[in-house]
Write a protein that binds this ligand. Structure first.
Ligand code: UDP
Length: 475
């Protein structure tokens, strides 16, 4: 029999601003709704009016997932050089009064069992507590990154000076050692306000009733086991991944990419993309173009205008302001016609990776991109740019061994065309390439099992679902 709406377990989810934070939570919400018949409301905070992309993705969800855009929290008092992390945390904290109003109305009508926020939303825990609702975190990155964050308060006390100057790497239980200079961006400048905002937000992780992790036991066994160790002082850690979106919006460029792939031989195409916000310098963009050409490999490249030419290139805007193809080397587009497809700004990544013609992914190693590649069994070339991508690149190359990493010329800070061509060739034809390809295929199968019936991640989610259902008795 159908549960009455007031009895159905309901979860309130609050993603922090930015599509990159909304999409992972949506995938989690879909699983709760489709597999466990929960209902979900998204409370979406922002510093501005909702974007078209947010509206269209939220409108396309199953009817058991509702959404409300919280009134924009003005941020125009912040200096123009304010870092992304500070903006995100402030947009959330300034939205708390409207979140409180929403709680009042939901608690009166529904059986609200949990608030789930992402890594920047822990400031909302107090509001959940006011209504006796359990707060949870959905952490959309690797277990090693979670370990870094949970250790951040201790690191902050024990390390003097900048982490980037440490001569020894940071060693955390069960994790591959991470050199200080490779830590996530907000760690790298302790004098900056964004470090303090980040630290305050991360200190509250221990207050969560549980932390969902978009990873799976078979992918990061030792880091996850260490996080779950009793006596670690961590909240319960629930690996529920790999959860990735399976399709992207059907734009015209998207259709063109997929049609082009249909005509290419199986496993012959390298997909090149740096996530929703990654940009290169002009010199690096030029070098990448020449390196791809030199490799002789077929490729699809999502091209963005270089960062030194476009001040607005940022986390919040995925589209270049002008035509990015004009920054490519003279004659490049013509010379590579038929062999390379250049797509300005945005491509349907998940579908491209799923396509049988795609045989490699040169990626910035954002965690969503990493998992999308994994579920498609596509090996990576790791080219990290910012945020926690350097950590991901280390895990992927040194621990998981599913990626190759081109070497940077330390003097110029550039990855040169010869190196790019060498690594691309190695991925498709070399011995090392064979190994990482086989590893990715193994992980694809393991990932499918983890979220399949009775798999490790499915069992973990079921454990929480049962806990939430039992807290439902009074509802
Ligand atoms: N994405 C896409 N098309 C693009 C670039 C990115 O569909 O041209 C999607 C990609 O599939 C992934 C997300 O945007 O789901 C990027 O997330 P990730 O964590 O990899 O990196 P971020 O953008 O947060 O740096």
């Amino acid at each position: 029999m159908e549960e009455a709406q007031s009895q159905t377990p309901h979860v309130l989810m609050m993603p922090s601003p930015g599509m990159g934070h909304l999409i992972p939570l949506i995938e989690f919400a879909k699983r709760l709704v489709l597999l466990h018949r929960f209902t979900v409301t998204f409370a979406v905070p922002s510093g501005d009016a909702p974007s078209k992309a947010q509206i269209s993705v939220l409108n396309s969800l199953p009817s058991a997932i509702d959404h409300i855009f919280l009134p924009p929290a003005p941020l125009n008092d912040l200096p123009s050089n304010t870092k992304a992390e500070t903006i995100i945390v402030l947009a959330v904290s300034r939205s708390l009064p409207s979140l409180r109003d929403l709680f009042k109305s939901i608690v009166a009508q529904r059986n609200l069992v949990a608030l789930v926020v992402d890594q920047f939303g822990t400031v909302a825990f107090d509001v959940a507590k006011e209504f006796s609702v359990s707060p949870y975190i959905y952490f959309p990155c690797a277990a090693t990154t979670l370990s870094l964050i949970l250790h951040m308060p201790k690191l902050d006390e024990s390390v003097t000076g900048e982490y980037r100057d440490l001569t020894e790497p940071i060693r955390l239980p069960g994790c591959t050692p991470i050199p200080g200079k490779e830590l996530p961006d907000p760690f790298l400048d302790r004098e900056n306000d964004s470090y303090k905002f980040f630290l305050d937000t991360m200190k509250r992780f221990v207050l969560a009733e549980g932390i969902f992790l978009n990873s799976f036991l078979e992918l990061e066994p030792s880091a996850i086991n260490a996080l779950q160790l009793s006596g670690s002082g961590n909240p319960p850690i629930y690996p529920v991944g790999p959860l990735v979106k399976v399709d992207s919006s059907g734009s015209e460029e998207g259709v063109e990419c997929l049609n082009w792939l249909d005509e290419q031989p199986h496993g012959s195409v390298l997909f090149v993309s740096f996530g929703s916000g990654g940009t290169l310098s002009s010199v690096q963009l030029n070098e990448l173009a020449l390196g791809l050409e030199m490799s002789g490999q077929k490729f699809i490249w999502v091209v963005r205008s270089p960062s030194d030419k476009e001040a607005s290139a940022s986390f919040f805007s995925v589209h270049s302001q002008d035509d990015p193809l004009r920054y490519l080397p003279e004659g490049f587009v013509e010379r590579n016609r038929g062999r390379g497809l250049m797509v300005p700004s945005w491509a349907p990544q998940a579908q491209i990776l799923k396509h049988g013609s795609t045989g490699g992914f040169l990626s910035h190693c954002g965690w969503n991109s990493t998992l999308e590649s994994l579920v498609s069994g596509v090996p990576l070339i790791a080219w990290p740019l910012y945020a926690e991508q350097r950590v991901n690149a280390i895990i992927l190359t040194e621990e998981i061994k599913a990626a190759l990493r081109p070497k940077m010329n330390e003097e110029s800070g550039i990855i040169e065309k010869e190196e790019i061509a060498k690594v691309v060739k190695c991925l498709f034809e070399g011995e090392e390439g064979k190994k990482v390809r086989a590893k990715m295929e193994e992980l694809r199968v393991a990932g499918e099992r983890a979220i399949g019936d009775g798999g490790s991640s499915s069992r973990t989610l079921l454990e929480v679902v049962q806990k939430w259902r039992s807290s439902n008795v009074s509802g």
